[in-house]
Design a protein around this ligand. Structure first.
Ligand code: ADP
Ligand code: MG
Length: 718
């Protein structure tokens, strides 16, 4: 009798529940349409969708409506929410209430308060753009990213996504360059569409992003007992447990109930905030999980990514858990990344990287594909540098997915088509066919034309590229800014060549031969970056070297690339970043590396001296007493005596190594690049030696004396 999707036994179905909460804490389009006068709504859409300037009168009406909605939902404060160069988000709350002058309060929120804020810019990193006495900075409302409510235990705050800019007009955040890079890509992509005559009704091209987030969960009580986790989000000591990920039994395994409860609650909060999360599962390492959203326009995806990381952190403690977003919380098991799925789409919804059925005839797709390949080949070093950080060094180039050599995986079908283009007109598209499972009761599965490749850092996966080298704790804004900018440059170059080759309004035949001629050259020049094999293998490393592909093994090598003139020029040319804006980002990235390692070194020394050493000395005392007592009883104890000698030697080693880390960690160099180089050359190896001494002691000191929760306790969470 009831509607099919409606309540079951009087209880709402899951679909109804999700539908009723999805976006409930967002001042969404639907909400604006319902609450704003028609003309105001229409005028606002012109700003959001077409980038037209915002009418101040419109801003006043929107602000009043947004305030009413927020107050109805319990908000007392509002904040301009932005993403400074710390890589995190920032907020400064102001009350919506003000005294009315007659002993009561009024709730006010004007258009100008919505549109512009003025946080003190001097305490955010500016990488030299601003001296500390120059404090003025502005936040500007980004109407394209919906405002939302942030709910705390006893507080609700209206958050208004904004861009952050200095008084001089230079971008001080990660959002402005991202938006500018989309603009640059859009301009060039439209030229291509125009050549193909597919630009009708299209006013913009944007990039789409879906970022899969990997993370670890540990018990929060144990987390508080580990100063290294608490301060650095990674264990600086820790002997490997007998069982790590050897059995590969964690990946896609059954999700422990406590973890599942945490996931469900995080997802519920994310739904309320309009973040379209879709996938959850166990990852490869024990204690490691993943959450993935549906893709969205890149700047929204980037805002949502920040919200997602914050939500995981916020919800976990309710279940006695701590979410670790660090790239490498534990040695010896996999680290965490963020697979950045990326594509280009028209504002009419056409995915420009969708190959479709007869791919070999889809010239427009091949142009966008080849432009991306060209961009990655020309700027592999910059792409690599865009994801360089102290934390990501533990993954890239460190025997783990993915390697530091940036290459592109295409798969059989596309590799075959590019081979054909190189020789002339492509004639066929390889098909996957179907998979017969050999049991009549099972369905026939349509099969993809090629297998997947898990080892490639930049893989084509059906109708998008997946940039897998992004670190799990990183903001995705910068890597996407780089990706958009380098692809914009390639589209620019290819559009220019095509325009020259085929002229305006070419006939289909002319267009086809022109495209083939241009792509042939592009493929010849840039196919060296394409690699469909095993990226972990030794052979690939030597093969890549033969092909002349850069292999920037760690951050310090990557930082050098950032300094190059060509890169400064690239961002300037496409109006993404001016020189000082670019230089400041480079400086901050390197400085962050230096600071992080200094903190790690100091933490290590304090754990070694304050916790490991006393426990080890106590164990040494016990052992010495045991030897003495045994001897006193008239029995020789040669093994225990030797163990005591080894122990004393290890304790000495720990002291020596701690002193060494302390000394090398105190080094300073005014030039952050030189300082970073010293860290990579001297400090990091010393830290590895100190860790080895600590971990060896963990193996011998009595369990009841060991002061830190061990890997077994941390990783095998139930
Ligand atoms: P896997 O783990 O197999 O790589 P998932 O399904 O977990 O795949 O994640 C794929 C991600 O790619 C999702 O976030 C999805 O929304 C995103 N995605 C799909 N299509 C596009 C696209 N056109 N542009 C950007 N991202 C996309
Ligand atoms: Mg993936």
């Amino acid at each position: 009798m009831t509607n099919s999707a409606s309540a079951v036994n009087g209880r709402p179905t899951a679909a109804e529940r999700i539908d009723s909460i999805f976006g409930s804490d967002v001042f969404s389009r639907t909400r604006m349409r319902q609450r704003l006068p028609k003309e105001v709504y229409r005028s606002l859409l012109c700003t959001i969708d077409r980038g037209e300037p915002l009418d101040p009168a419109v801003a006043d009406v929107v602000a009043a409506s947004m305030k009413d909605w927020a107050i109805e939902n319990g908000a007392t404060h509002y904040t301009h929410w932005f993403q400074p160069l710390t890589g995190l988000t920032a907020e400064k709350h102001d009350s919506l209430a003000a005294p009315d002058g007659a002993g009561g309060v009024v709730f006010n929120f004007s258009g100008s308060e919505l549109v512009q804020g003025e946080p003190d810019a001097s305490s955010f990193p500016s990488g030299g753009i601003r001296a500390t006495f120059e404090a003025r900075g502005y936040t500007a409302w980004d109407a394209t990213s919906p405002a939302f409510l942030m709910r705390g235990e006893n507080n609700v705050t209206l958050c208004i996504p904004t861009a952050f800019v200095s008084w001089t007009g230079e971008a001080l955040d990660t959002k402005i360059p991202l938006l500018r890079s989309v603009e640059a890509l859009s301009t060039q992509a439209l030229r291509i569409l125009k050549i193909f005559g597919t630009d009708k009704g299209v006013s913009r091209v944007h990039t789409t992003v879906g970022a899969e987030q990997e993370y670890f969960l540990v018990d929060r009580d144990l987390y508080f007992k580990r100063p290294d986790l608490l301060i650095c989000e990674r264990t600086l000591f820790g002997a490997k447990p007998p069982k790590g990920q050897q059995l590969e039994d964690h990946y896609f395994g059954t999700i422990p109930p406590r973890v599942l409860a945490f996931m469900a609650e995080s997802e519920k909060e994310l739904y309320c905030l309009g973040v379209p999360v879709k996938t959850r599962h166990n990852e490869v390492a024990p204690g490691q999980y993943e959450i993935a959203p549906l893709f969205e326009p890149s700047h929204i995806a980037s805002d949502h990514q920040m919200i997602m990381m914050e939500t995981l952190k916020r919800v976990a403690p309710r279940y006695g858990l701590q979410a670790l977003l660090h790239e490498k919380p534990f040695a010896g098991v996999n680290g965490s990344g963020k697979h950045n799925n990326w594509s280009m789409s028209t504002d009419t919804g056409v995915n420009l990287l969708d190959p479709q059925d007869e791919t070999h005839t889809n010239m427009q797709f091949l142009v966008f594909l080849c432009a991306t390949i060209r961009a990655v080949d020309l700027h592999a070093d910059l792409l690599r540098a865009s994801i360089a950080s102290a934390a990501n060094d533990h993954r890239l180039g460190a025997n783990e997915a993915p390697p530091a050599i940036i290459s592109v995986f295409l798969g059989n079908m596309l590799s075959d088509i590019l081979d054909q283009v190189e020789k002339g007109l492509p004639k066929r598209t390889i098909r996957g066919g179907t998979l017969d499972l050999g049991a009549k009761t099972l369905p026939q599965l349509p099969r993809h034309s090629g297998d997947r490749n898990r080892t490639s850092p930049f893989a084509f996966t059906g109708n998008k590229f997946e940039f897998r080298a992004v670190g799990s704790s990183a903001s995705i804004a910068w890597p996407n800014t780089v990706l958009n900018t380098i692809v914009a440059e390639s589209l620019d170059e290819i559009a220019t060549q095509l325009e020259r080759a085929v002229g305006a309004r070419p006939t289909p035949a002319r267009l086809q031969s022109g495209v083939i001629a241009v792509l042939k050259k592009v493929i010849k020049q840039h196919k060296r970056v394409i690699f469909d094999g095993d990226n972990y293998s030794e052979e690939w490393h030597s093969e890549a070297a033969r092909r002349g592909l850069p292999n920037l093994k760690d951050s310090v090598e990557a930082f050098a690339v950032l300094k190059s003139r060509t890169n400064v020029e690239l961002f300037r040319k496409y109006a993404v970043l001016g020189k000082s804006e670019y230089d400041s980002r480079t400086y901050i990235q390197i400085e962050k590396y230096v600071k992080q390692l200094a903190i790690e070194a100091e933490t290590m020394v304090s754990v070694a001296r304050g916790q490991i050493l006393p426990a080890s000395l106590e164990h040494q005392r016990r052992t010495a007493e045991a030897v003495a007592a045994t001897r006193a009883a008239g029995v020789e104890a040669p093994e225990t005596t030797r163990a005591l000698q080894d122990l004393v030697a290890l304790v000495d080693e720990l002291r020596r190594r701690a002193a060494e880390v302390e000394r090398l960690g105190a080094h300073h160099d005014a030039d952050p690049i030189k300082h970073a180089a010293q860290i990579s050359r001297e400090l990091k190896p010393a830290m590895a030696r100190l860790r080895a001494a600590g971990d060896a002691l963990e193996g011998v000191v009595a369990a009841d004396l060991w002061p830190l929760p061990n890997y077994r306790e941390l990783l095998f969470l139930k």
